[in-house]
Design a protein around this ligand. Structure first.
Ligand SMILES: [Zn+2]
Length: 85
């Protein structure tokens, strides 16, 4: 479960996409404090389950960008993880 990065609330709504250099990420808006945040997880926050999924999807010829979007993680986190293996 994602939480607001400011107040920790889980009371938020989807608020469109933020474009980054290589991708776009889902944005959320907290209904408690109006903070906008993205749902992406940085590498050090990835669960073991997600790390496994990244590897599995990549082996099945998944594109790194697509993997990142489906799992809601940073593209760089995906790349970093795959480099390690
Ligand atoms: Zn908040």
């Amino acid at each position: 479960m994602k939480r607001c990065t400011r107040c920790g609330s889980t009371n938020y709504v989807k608020a469109g996409f933020r474009k980054t250099k290589n991708d776009e990420v889902q944005k959320y808006k907290c209904k408690e404090c109006n903070r906008e945040f993205t749902g992406v997880e940085k590498f050090h926050q990835l669960s073991e389950e997600k790390k496994e999924l990244i590897f599995k999807m990549y082996k099945e010829k998944g594109e790194q960008r697509k993997i990142a979007r489906i799992l809601g993680v940073h593209l760089r986190a995906v790349q970093h993880h795959l480099k390690k293996n």
